[in-house]
Design a protein. Sequence first.
Length: 117
Amino acid sequence: MNVDAVLLDLDGVLYVEDEAVPGARDAVSALRAGGLAVRFVTNTTVLPRRRILERLARLGFTATPEELATPAALAVRVCLDRGHDRVALRGSGETASESHHRRFGWRSLALSRACFR
């Protein structure tokens, strides 16, 4: 089997609360050194991407925004791929979608079931 990339979950795999799992940083470094593309995935909808990336950096992991997959980013990508040029995810307070809006200059439209057909 030829593997080109590895998807790594965050909470409980690379870190628990605010501590890196022992050996996790070395494992990520070894994967990269072995020529594998590394992507970080999470199912959290509570934190914006910026805060997730800050946590990874604080815990000693190097991750770019392009290497981080979040539910909000993936939902927006699906909608854009399906031809919707205005996408917004609704939530309370500072949400990941608000960060996306500022970063990419997206205009808003309430996300609907039509995006997922």
